[in-house]
Design a binder for this molecule. Sequence first.
Ligand code: DLL
Length: 447
Amino acid sequence: MSTRAEARASEIFMFDPHAETMAREALTALQTARLKHTLELAYANSSHYRRKFDAAGVGPGDLKSLSDIVRFPFTLKSDLRDNYPFGGMFVVPREQLLRIHASSGTTGKPTVVGYTKGDLDTWADLMARCFASGGILPGDIIHNAYGYGLFTGGLGAHYGGERLGCTVVPASGGGTERQINLINDFRASVLCATPSYALNIAEVAQKMGCDLRHSSLKVGMFGAEPWSEAMRHDLQDRLGLKAIDLYGLSEIMGPGVACECAANQSGLHGWEDHFLFETIDPETLQPLPVGATGELVITTLTKEAQPMVRYRTRDITRLSNEPCNCGRTHVRIMRVTGRSDDMLIIRGINVYPSQIEAVLVGFPGLAPHYQIVLSREGVLDEMRVEVELTPGVMLTDAERTRKAEDVVRHIKSLIGVTCQVAVKAEGEVPRSQGKAVRVRDERKKAR
Ligand code: DLL
């Protein structure tokens, strides 16, 4: 590639072309060998896995081909909690862990994940792959607004950016006005943030009289929470960048498990030389064929400290083996639409917050900030959607009521559920500094 501009325009720059374009046969052979090794490691060195495999009557020797993975038991978030902090899920002595991260979750103890030197190395490589896949080149300036700390977002993106050869600005979350000044002063070309925080940045910039559409930003690497296609368009319009979906989870590695390519922006390439992806029916726990929507289950193939065997992510998606015109051969994980444990069942209808988001983004007169409030009226669950007026829009009470009725009608016709809608004034829906809190459950309090 002769010039930087040409490389960017081609949208196909790869960090590890050999691995990313591997033919299916070679990929399957590599996965099978790595999976066998992972199962052996888990069985020999983790009391947790040995107990679980024995109880299920399977051992590493039962895996002859990849499809035999379905004979092995699932791993759940509660398994990590039960082993808090350094219990039987690690397969190396604690002294070999160079880094710890943890996620708080909503109940009980945090889940702890640990990394060897080799794990940190793999993580940086895979995040570098993701950045390149998103259209980022060595030499780009990455403004990293993912939180630094126990959350994997900040440090995961940080070391991946350095590995690719970029300049990383470790902004972390919060202090939004200062972040905007830094983006402008350093002329950042890449913004890493949760989509909800990116929206917050766009809004604060507008209030500061700064039009980020004409800034140096070119690519947004957005993830860590479900977001909709409508939100992608909105962020692209407001920030004047290409919004790329980045996926990952602490238990498996952190950010960098899968990422969209700039060429297609449709489905996230899941790095199959390091992970085995399956989908299952979350009710029956039976494996689903490629293409069917269900819960994503991931097995790590190269993790040294803490291998995960059939980890139930709770994330709802489907896999696609359609060839991608970027040339990468790895499976595509289609946009995660929600989590099986975030799914709301309102009067028998399954609703994901991202479906509500898709209705609200771009709705005339409304800002795309929202919260879903659940309450109980007698025996029935009620859903109230709190939305906000676009900055500067003033409505009379009657007009607000009409606007709310309009939103109710749209939600009913597109999702099929009847809910209440409260149209709030600008700034009344809480803003995100990291992962947005989309659902407020007041049902338990009412009991
Ligand atoms: O959120 C890792 C990450 C950081 C990913 C930065 C991307 C960018 P956890 O805190 O363990 O790790 O949360 C993992 O977040 O199971 C999904 O439910 C959700 N999630 C992550 N990325 C996406 C995405 C990080 N692109 C959980 N789309 C996952 C939808 C996502 N949901």
